[in-house]
Design a protein around this ligand. Structure first.
Ligand SMILES: *[C@@H]1O[C@H](CO)[C@@H](O)[C@H](O)[C@H]1NC(C)=O
Ligand SMILES: *[C@@H]1O[C@H](CO)[C@@H](O)[C@H](O)[C@H]1NC(C)=O
Ligand SMILES: *[C@@H]1O[C@H](CO)[C@@H](O)[C@H](O)[C@H]1NC(C)=O
Ligand SMILES: *[C@@H]1O[C@H](CO)[C@@H](O)[C@H](O)[C@H]1NC(C)=O
Ligand SMILES: *[C@@H]1O[C@H](CO)[C@@H](O)[C@H](O)[C@H]1NC(C)=O
Ligand SMILES: *[C@@H]1O[C@H](CO)[C@@H](O)[C@H](O)[C@H]1NC(C)=O
Ligand SMILES: *[C@@H]1O[C@H](CO)[C@@H](O)[C@H](O)[C@H]1NC(C)=O
Ligand SMILES: *[C@@H]1O[C@H](CO)[C@@H](O)[C@H](O)[C@H]1NC(C)=O
Ligand SMILES: *[C@@H]1O[C@H](CO)[C@@H](O)[C@H](O)[C@H]1NC(C)=O
Ligand SMILES: *[C@@H]1O[C@H](CO)[C@@H](O)[C@H](O)[C@H]1NC(C)=O
Length: 838
């Protein structure tokens, strides 16, 4: 098949107005650099199978691994079947994995009763060398010699079974393909049902299952048709027995806590060299809808055409991002493009498949979870696929309309568990500030975020915020709060306080933009300072019995305003205490999946005040270094993301560049075990992608922090405007010694700010960065720093070591005061916000 080729030509305007055209001279197919197996072992939990962008049908081989959340794993586990619905990168119990097919070349003694039906006993190894995955495709060969390939359309999987001439005992093949009413978590409830049509072999069925990290349940439906072989007989199986005389089965969950195996089968005459194709439509509405989707999407069982259509969709999504490959090996390119690929796998577009309410709005599912997604995945999609982000926002708002609240985590039509704040607020604000508007009702969007801030849900396990009375009266979430209005897990008081503070801040951004809401702007700006109420200035931190040397940390606080105590290192990456409980358990810590040390930096809106609180920029940098150098933070969990780049706020953008290279590629490599933790949808993928592009978002604000791209140049064409934004490195060094910006121009004009806004992408600007091997004064002045609610204090002139290592900064309050009094205009945090909130 002919590959699309992309010709790269950069046109840049020099300072002297000189127009220069630079052709890279080579072309490539972006899909060549997508490796879906990255993260398929070592807990990455990615979905490595066949799907289209945001597709609902996700076909893959499922394994019996304990880490099979994404279906397939490369950890030596057995294949249990081939199912059609999956999530990607999630923790929690395995999600979806509904309706598994399993093939046999024949049944022993040619007796359908002798085939092995239950998943626990039929599972088998596959031949490692046969494993192949590419966008829109996944395939492998089972030890039995049956080759299984798969591709997918939006609601339909297409499986291709190639069968050997003889079965495993050497008798002539008579293939049997079974369909199991199962899912990955064995959560099937009572009365799963399947029917097989005696003539055509069409199977339809449904069952009720449980969501993997939430409440309630959902019913999934399927419709399977077969092609390519003549049917011998068909029927159903229950437990380990089968009969061609019975065509319909309704099966109990059984009483022993494990769903009784049950499903249907079709047996064929051996088709020779022809493959048997199984087309599986899925739906959350009805089997009829599953059948009609399948007939519409893959009418002729054409495997090659379906695969090509999927590839074309992937190419369309990814190819607007083009880099210069000069000096780079495939490993860096695979890291990059595979990360980008994974950002498009989830959330899933279930529009037309939502049985919960009637609406013409789009419906997306698998926001799993927004605590992970808001930080960089949603902002990444806002750059590369704004039209889809608009539809995702409409879906979030429509969920608010019909369920009363924005979701915080959502999967399989169910409400998922909230991990911290009402972080959909951050997603809405980020999109709003970046001009995402297509058909979005921002008035209702605003109503939804204000409800999060004002009205406590009765059950705040799964939406909104808890402890709102205390939030409003005390200005923090107390440890052991008294809350008789709403109920949820009474932990995480510290991380919830920090997240709610930021949630309140982002409300001000939407309020200011919509206009006429000055009271709200003031009210939520005030509340966004609530993080200060948990700061305990004399709190120390010891590692074992050694003082870390840092004083002043957030601490939990009781209703009576007395501080409690949580070791600032509890639930950190170096916490060795076996009694630490860090997730959603009732006995969990006051920080969620993270330590006070790491959460200390989570004041994304007011870094200036935080820096002052920590003793000024130099002390702030030391603390940030300590966080990373001692391994207190772990890049495999999302709260770490922004900390890599927060040096920018202390006037040290060079240190963000250095820290980014500390993590990429050593913690992210293009191998099956190459992800440092669950991908969490495509969160890790988006971290790598933004890091390597050289712009990292502070989500919920129109701010990207600038470091040099990992490529000589990178260009991104905005699908919203068709304009191409380019970042070009002068003195690019592929061994990454020159990673320090010496100077910059934006569209030919000198640029000293260490951050840029979203118009860079939509207006197709060009940023040229001149690099060197040591830290420079670029981007270090107060007027160069990103916006912050408070005022930057304690910043002197740049006095970097000139060799890129950490250096002491002048920190003279008098000078700083003098600096600030010069009137720094709109770059001086407070003034910037004020100007933009008019
Ligand atoms: C197949 O690969 C897995 C993991 O990559 C390994 O554990 C297993 O031993 C391999 N099997 C063979 C037969 O090489
Ligand atoms: C695969 O299944 C076999 C047979 O049930 C079992 O002995 C083996 O432990 C399984 N392998 C893994 C890695 O789970
Ligand atoms: C092979 O087929 C013959 C004839 O149907 C049958 O008698 C025999 O049991 C089969 N062997 C096995 C191992 O299934
Ligand atoms: C399953 O079907 C049986 C028999 O029709 C019925 O009594 C039972 O209530 C059903 N269970 C559920 C959970 O619907
Ligand atoms: C602290 O002590 C524990 C238990 O002895 C040890 O495993 C850990 O490495 C120590 N941590 C540091 C940073 O020294
Ligand atoms: C405040 O409440 C906590 C928890 O109930 C208690 O331990 C502490 O002694 C109280 N402080 C004062 C000053 O009453
Ligand atoms: C961008 O270009 C494509 C292809 O030429 C065109 O279909 C689309 O309308 C353009 N979009 C805008 C916003 O100009
Ligand atoms: C690819 O390049 C990176 C960055 O220079 C380097 O760390 C890595 O070792 C290289 N990998 C290979 C396989 O050469
Ligand atoms: C870099 O600067 C540091 C601090 O000033 C100094 O200790 C170090 O020797 C310098 N290194 C080089 C290579 O110049
Ligand atoms: C910063 O440097 C400039 C130019 O060298 C100098 O005029 C100014 O006094 C310095 N300010 C501080 C705070 O050191």
């Amino acid at each position: 098949m002919a590959l699309l080729r992309y010709l790269l030509a950069f046109v840049s305007v020099g300072i002297g107005g000189l127009v220069r055209a630079q052709a890279e001279g080579s072309t490539y197919d972006v899909l060549d650099y997508v490796d879906q197996l990255i993260g398929s072992s070592n807990g990455g939990n990615i979905f490595p199978g066949a799907t289209i962008p945001y597709g609902m049908a996700k076909a893959v081989a499922d394994t019996d691994s304990e880490s099979n959340q994404g279906g397939f794993t490369t950890d030596g586990s057995n294949i249990t079947g081939f199912s059609s619905m999956h999530d990607s990168g999630t923790g929690g119990s395995p999600s979806l994995g509904n309706f598994a097919l399993f093939p046999y070349a024949g049944c022993p003694g040619d007796d359908v009763n002798s085939c092995n039906y239950p998943k626990k006993s039929r599972k088998t190894k596959f031949v490692n060398s046969t494993l192949k995955a590419s966008p829109g495709y996944f395939g492998l060969q089972l030890l039995s010699g049956v080759q299984v390939d798969m591709t997918a359309a939006h609601h339909t999987s297409l499986f291709r079974f190639k069968l050997p001439a003889t079965d495993q005992s050497g008798n002539a093949s008579s293939p049997l393909i079974l369909m199991d009413l199962t899912d990955l978590s064995d959560s099937r409830q009572d009365n799963g049902t399947v029917t097989v049509d005696g003539t055509t072999g069409r199977m339809t069925g449904n069952a009720r299952f449980l969501p993997s990290f939430g409440t309630g349940n959902y019913v999934a439906y399927f419709c399977a048709d077969f092609s390519g072989g003549t049917i011998r007989d068909n029927g159903i199986f229950a437990n380990s027995r089968a009969s061609a005389d019975v065509k319909t089965l309704t099966i109990s969950r059984s009483i022993n806590g494990y769903p009784l195996p049950g499903g249907a089968f079709v047996r064929f005459n051996w088709p020779g060299d022809n493959a048997i194709l199984a087309r599986v439509g899925v739906s959350l509405i009805s089997s009829d809808q599953a059948c009609s989707s399948a007939e519409r999407e893959i009418p002729d069982f054409d495997f090659a055409a379906t695969q090509k259509a999927a590839e074309d969709m992937w190419r369309e999504k990814i190819s607007p991002i083009v880099v210069s490959r000069k000096g780079l090996n495939d490993s860096m390119l695979k890291n990059f493009y595979s990360g980008i690929y994974r950002t498009f796998v989830n959330p899933q577009d279930y529009t037309g498949e939502n049985p919960l309410w009637k609406s013409d709005e789009p419906y997306f599912d698998s926001f799993y979870c927004i605590w992970d997604l808001f930080r960089s995945q949603m902002p990444f999609l806002t750059v590369v696929d704004p039209a889809t982000v608009a539809r995702q926002i409409r879906s979030l708002i429509d969920t608010y309309r019909h369920e009363g609240w924005l979701p915080d985590c959502r999967m399989s039509l169910c409400k998922g568990y909230t991990q911290g704040g009402s972080n959909a607020d951050n997603v809405l604000a980020d999109a709003y500030l970046k001009g995402i508007s297509d058909d979005i009702d921002w008035q209702i969007g605003y109503e939804a975020v204000v409800k999060d801030a004002e009205v406590e849900p009765y059950d705040w396990c799964c939406e909104g915020r808890g402890g709102l009375d205390s939030w409003k009266s005390l200005g923090y979430i107390p440890v052991q709060d008294f809350d008789y209005k709403g109920f949820g897990t009474m932990t995480r008081s510290l991380s919830r306080t920090l997240e709610y503070s930021y949630n309140d801040f982002v409300i001000t951004k939407i309020a200011a933009g919509l206009g006429g809401r000055q009271d709200d702007v003031e009210k939520y700006t005030a509340r966004s300072g609530n993080w200060k109420n948990l700061f305990k200035a004399d709190q120390t931190s010891f590692i074992n019995s050694t003082n870390t040397g840092f004083t002043g940390f957030f601490q939990p606080r009781y209703l009576n305003r007395t501080f409690g105590f949580q070791d600032p290192l509890t639930c950190s990456n170096i916490d060795t205490n076996p009694n630490s409980v860090c997730s959603l358990q009732n006995t969990g810590a006051e920080t969620f999946e993270s330590s006070i040390w790491e959460y200390s930096f989570f004041v994304p809106h007011d870094q200036a005040t935080l820096i002052t609180t920590f003793g000024g920029p130099s002390a702030f940098v030391k603390r940030l270094d300590y966080l990373h150098d001692q391994g207190i933070t772990y890049i495999g969990n999302e709260p770490a993301f922004l900390t890599v780049f927060q040096y920018h706020y202390a006037g040290r953008p060079a240190l963000s560049a250095k820290r980014s290279h500390f993590y990429v590629p050593s913690f992210f490599s293009p191998t099956n075990a190459g992800l440092p933790g669950n991908d969490d949808s495509g969160a890790m993928g988006s971290f790598v992608a933004f890091s390597m592009i050289g712009l990292f978002p502070n989500p919920g604000q129109d701010v990207y922090l600038i470091i040099p791209p990992y490529f000589e140049s990178v260009s991104i064409t905005s699908p919203a405007t068709n304009k191409t934004a380019t970042i070009r490195n002068v003195n690019f060094d592929p061994t990454y010694k020159n990673i320090y910006i010496q100077s910059a121009t934006l569209d030919g004009v000198p640029y000293t700010r260490n951050w840029i806004d979203h118009s860079f992408f939509t207006e197709g600007k060009e940023l040229v960065l001149t690099l060197g091997s040591s830290e420079s004064a670029w981007g270090t002045r107060v007027e160069d720093l990103p916006p912050s609610l408070g005022t930057y204090e304690g910043f002197g002139n740049f006095s970097g070591s000139g060799n890129g290592t950490r250096s002491e900064r002048k920190r003279d309050a008098k000078y700083a005061a003098a600096d600030l009094s010069v009137g720094l205009g709109k770059n001086n945090g407070g003034a910037y916000w004020a100007e933009n909130e008019g």
